[in-house]
Design a protein around this ligand. Structure first.
Ligand code: AMP
Length: 445
């Protein structure tokens, strides 16, 4: 099916042709007509499956359709994302897809960690679409730089992350500033059960889109589990990078300290490695990611900051040096590879401390990977426990470690709502996505 059959006009189709998008992906084929109809949409589709275009294209089309009827530069669409890097990426995608519109849409991207002044300046005279992280958006509201009362379409990208308590207060404040009658679009690859009721509260008779896992839609990611002792992981990583001749590898670790520590050890071994975590300046964050995308950095050692949404072309490998604490993050982390039809490999290092935890992740995904050992790195410490258990000192699969910022947000949320229930840590993702209510618009693909 061509994009034009979905109701997209020539200027948008031209931009897609130039990007060599031959056909809509399943989530695009389902979401674009629904968004154009004005439906609320609740979409779950695999990592790397083209979700950004699934909401950006109909929003741009809508702007084209309402030309002359809606004042230009009157905010029509607000896209919220959980990280600054994702805001930059999604904002750039809107500009890219809309570049042939007869009157280019004014797209403003706003995120924290950088001076607010250029964003204040950019918002003078209004904007058609704003892509923002919640905290900076509220700063802009507090500066009277933006009014949200005209927003016709709200998008929550990585919606489950935005529903976590860390963002709850900010999200609540933003929702209160939006018109009651509006279109709501939720996109993510994962929806832990805990967020379903929040989603249900937000959405009005949504079209439910679930791109079911199938050979055609499941990303081509070879998952491997390699047993190794904790002190030998860096040396094993160095060997694997060399043996596999990976042009690039994204390595996930548990802490900011570990990003610095591991990347330093890799540099000492002669690899071009950098660190990415939330306590770097925004300039350093942007540079690390840009250098990784251009290939100047071969190895990027990151916290879960890099787990969500980032689209890094031709990334052949992801390594879970430390396992993610939340099951959903496993899906998002490995989904940085195998994007847009490419193939990739995702390795998880399994240590004596973490292998019970990995069993839980596997259980939630409904399959067990064969354990591998690499010659010369056979573990001496791994013992197989009788049953999956909570790894000591980690707080277990439910207790995703919170960033300092999340803790501050949560403290603020609790202060504002002292009677609210205790923090609902991210729940393990059910293996099959359960919809709580049926809808005539529901589609299974
Ligand atoms: P996303 O899931 O939105 O981050 O998109 C993942 C990757 O797929 C990006 O590199 C997009 O440029 C690419 N992409 C999106 N839609 C299509 C399509 N219809 N055909 C080919 N590639 C696409």
């Amino acid at each position: 099916m061509p994009f034009s059959a979905l109701g997209l006009s020539a200027p948008l189709v031209r931009a897609l042709d130039e990007s060599h998008y031959a056909h809509p992906t399943p989530v695009q084929a389902a979401a674009i007509p629904a968004v154009l109809r004005g439906d609320d949409v609740w979409a779950r589709a695999q990592t790397g499956s083209g979700k950004t275009a699934a909401f950006a294209l109909p929003i741009l089309q809508h702007r084209l359709d309402t030309r002359g009827r809606v004042d230009r530069r009157t905010l029509q669409a607000l896209v919220l994302v959980p990280t600054r890097e994702l805001a930059a990426q999604v904002g750039a995608a809107f500009v890219h897809y809309g570049r042939h519109l007869p009157e280019p849409a004014k797209i403003i991207t706003a995120f924290g960690g950088v001076s607010i002044n250029p964003q204040l300046m950019a918002l003078r005279g209004g904007a058609d679409v704003v892509v923002a992280t919640p905290g900076r958006l509220l700063d802009l509201v507090d500066h009277n730089a933006i009014r949200l009362g005209t927003v016709a379409t709200l998008v929550l990208d990585e919606a489950d992350r935005l529903f976590e308590l860390g963002f709850a207060d900010e999200l609540g404040r933003i929702l209160a500033l939006l018109p009651v009658r509006r279109q709501n679009l939720l996109f993510s690859a994962t929806y832990p059960a805990a967020v379903e009721s929040l989603a249900n509260q937000l959405l009005h008779e949504p079209t439910l889109i679930e791109v079911a896992d199938s050979a055609a839609t499941t990303p081509d990611i070879l998952e491997r589990a390699i047993e190794v002792d904790v002190p030998r992981r860096t040396q094993l990583l160095i060997k694997l990078v060399a043996d596999n001749a990976w042009s690039r590898v994204l390595v996930f670790v548990a802490t900011k300290y570990a990003t610095e520590h591991v990347s330093e050890k890799l540099r000492r071994a002669g690899l071009n490695a950098g660190a990415l975590h939330g306590e770097l300046s925004q300039g350093a964050r942007t540079k690390a990611l840009a250098d990784f995308k251009t290939g100047d950095l071969q190895v990027l050692v990151a916290t879960d900051l890099a787990a969500r949404g980032l689209d890094i072309a031709s990334l052949p490998a992801v390594v879970n040096f430390d396992l993610p604490r939340a099951v959903a993050d496993y899906t998002h982390r490995i989904g940085r590879t195998g994007r847009a039809g490419e193939s990739g490999v995702a390795l998880s290092f399994i240590t004596a401390e973490s292998h019970a935890h990995f069993l839980l992740i596997e259980k939630r995904h409904g399959r067990i990977l064969a354990r591998e050992q690499i010659e010369g790195f056979e573990p001496e410490l791994i013992e197989v426990p009788a049953s999956p258990a909570t790894p000591p000192g980690t707080g277990g699969v439910k207790g995703k470690r919170k960033s300092k910022k999340d803790k501050l947000r949560e403290a603020a949320a609790r202060a504002a709502h002292p009677s609210s229930a205790p923090e609902p840590a991210e729940e393990p993702v059910p293996n099959t996505f359960r919809w709580h209510r049926s809808s005539p618009g529901r589609r299974r693909l």
